[in-house]
Ligand binder design. Structure first.
Ligand code: ZN
Length: 121
């Protein structure tokens, strides 16, 4: 299975970010991120890419947990705002092309560290 370059480059950038936040002591077990729907990322694919990019780094063996945010939509007709798990839904007023107003989030929300274990040199 070939992973998309998109997910791979995001996993790489994320690994750099996590390592810059990593404490001096302990081993990182779990990394949690929040991803907006507009990013179009496949959580499973991102998780696999994470395992690939963290091999031979202090992050090897850590898990990546991806939480997808719903779409934030706004109706250009009546001004209604709401969130939806799918982007292509009609507004209650009949407008079938609401505009996504957010969704490009890519936030590192938590890093879980096992302080019992020393990172490998
Ligand atoms: Zn509307």
């Amino acid at each position: 299975m070939i992973e998309s370059v998109h997910e791979f480059s995001i996993a790489e950038a994320l690994a750099v970010q996590v390592q810059s936040h990593a404490p001096a002591k302990g081993r990182i077990k779990l990394v949690e991120i929040l991803v907006g729907a507009l990013r179009g990322l496949e959580p499973e694919s991102l998780t696999m890419c994470w395992q690939a990019v963290t091999i031979d780094t202090p992050l090897e063996g850590s898990s990546l947990q991806v939480e997808l945010l719903p779409w934030s939509l706004e109706c250009g007709n009546c001004g209604r705002k709401w969130t939806s798990p799918v982007p292509f839904v009609a507004c209650a007023c009949g407008n079938d092309s609401p505009v996504p107003t957010a969704g490009d989030e890519l936030d590192l929300i938590a890093i879980t560290v096992d302080e019992e274990e020393e990172p490998e040199p």
